[in-house]
Design a protein around this ligand. Structure first.
Ligand SMILES: *Cc1c(COP(=O)(O)O)cnc(C)c1O
Length: 355
């Protein structure tokens, strides 16, 4: 197969580091592929991107994003199909979301050519870095930061957009233990909860550290006004199966519109399952559990795909779900989404992009 050429200036490594990739022991986020894509924004426009060897950057200590956090990112994955061809899952949706984040953070939007075509070219070049074992992938991290060398507080005028990639090992979705947070807040109406802005994650570190010390894996955030309506989990959207229906909080300016969330909703509806996108209170979840109507609960995200929830703690309620092996929808979704992502099933939704 020939490599897609969109004419990005490419400076290839003289010596690949691919032998550093141990397929039997992939440590996500420790090893990055040979190349990265870089584009600079200045004087109101993006200069032509370049693909260059992955390397450290040289930045002034006065670079604005260090100080004021104008920084956003995305998360996408590439997989290999049974014939070894690289496939990228729904990058156009990440492109659109990156631009929604950019607008809210007073940053420039990027073109589809830069984001999607640039990504495809990078993945085609570094396709040997996509692991092939089931459950593995190449994680793709597009991101943008403000790069003015100026410590005055004002929206920046210079920005850098980059894409780096890192092999990701099989994700053993050990069912997670969830702490329902009714103290700290992740997002508030009018804020930046709907964006993948770096600061959202910085702010979540302390509450997450606290619940990990207590033996939980993740926080289920509740709304900031009443701590009554569930929102999402760490870096995942959340679904509860109650009375045979899948219920997930409707997206709003406090909830990130996950690409996995959208894919799961579409697949469930095609299977004839009712999906409700609406405010869902923690009291409704507790009541459904007490009545035996809460049968499954899971998070969705690019990193974990579909992650079953083993238990939830809310105040004095310890909600323990039935054994995951018995869950019909969650297990079916994991399989179905995997089959589509790895090209084992025909893509009937236009989700798969060949690199
Ligand atoms: C990235 C992310 C998700 C999941 O989004 P996907 O597009 O499915 O990967 C959900 N919530 C938050 C807060 C996130 O950052």
């Amino acid at each position: 197969m020939s490599v897609a050429i969109t004419g990005i200036k490419t400076n290839k490594v003289s010596q690949s580091r691919i032998q550093q990739l141990d397929h039997n022991n992939i440590q996500f986020g420790k090893l990055y592929s040979d190349h990265m894509l870089v584009a600079h924004y200045e004087n109101g426009k993006w200069a032509a991107p370049e693909i260059v060897p992955f390397a450290n950057m040289n930045l002034s200590p006065a670079t604005t994003f260090f100080h004021y956090g104008q920084a956003i990112f995305e998360g996408v994955k590439a997989y290999k199909d049974p014939n070894g061809n690289p496939l990228i899952f729904r990058p156009q949706d990440n492109w659109k979301r990156m631009n929604r984040s950019a607008v809210r953070m007073a940053m420039p939007e990027v073109s589809e050519a830069l984001f999607v075509e640039g990504m495809k070219e990078l993945i085609a070049l570094d396709k040997d870095w996509i692991p092939t074992a089931d459950g593995t992938s190449l994680y793709i991290r597009p991101f943008m930061m403000a790069t003015d060398e100026f410590i005055g507080v004002k929206p920046a005028e210079k920005f850098t957009f980059m894409i780096i990639t890192s092999p990701a090992g099989p994700y053993y979705a050990k069912p997670v233990k969830i702490f329902v947070q009714d103290d700290y807040v992740r997002a508030f109406p009018g804020g930046i909860g709907f964006t993948k802005a770096a600061g959202n994650y910085g702010a979540s570190m302390y509450p997450t550290m606290k619940i990990k010390e207590m033996g939980y894996d993740q926080i289920l955030w509740t709304d900031g006004f009443e701590h009554k309506y569930v929102q999402e989990i760490g870096t995942m959207n959340v679904f509860f199966v109650i009375d045979g229906k899948a219920i997930t909080p409707n997206t709003s300016d406090t909830i990130l519109a996950g690409v996995s969330r959208d894919s799961v909703i579409i697949l469930l509806r095609e299977k004839g399952i009712t999906v409700e996108e609406r405010p869902l209170s923690i009291d409704e979840i507790v009541a459904a559990w007490k009545n035996g109507k809460l049968t499954e609960a899971f998070g969705t995200g690019t990193a974990a795909s579909v992650a079953p929830i083993a238990e939830l703690t809310y105040k004095e309620n310890h909600i323990i779900l039935p054994p995951v092996e018995e869950w019909k929808l969650t297990n079916w979704l994991k399989q179905e989404l995997g089959d589509i992502r790895y090209g084992r099933k025909p893509d009937t939704h236009g989700w798969i992009n060949k690199a």
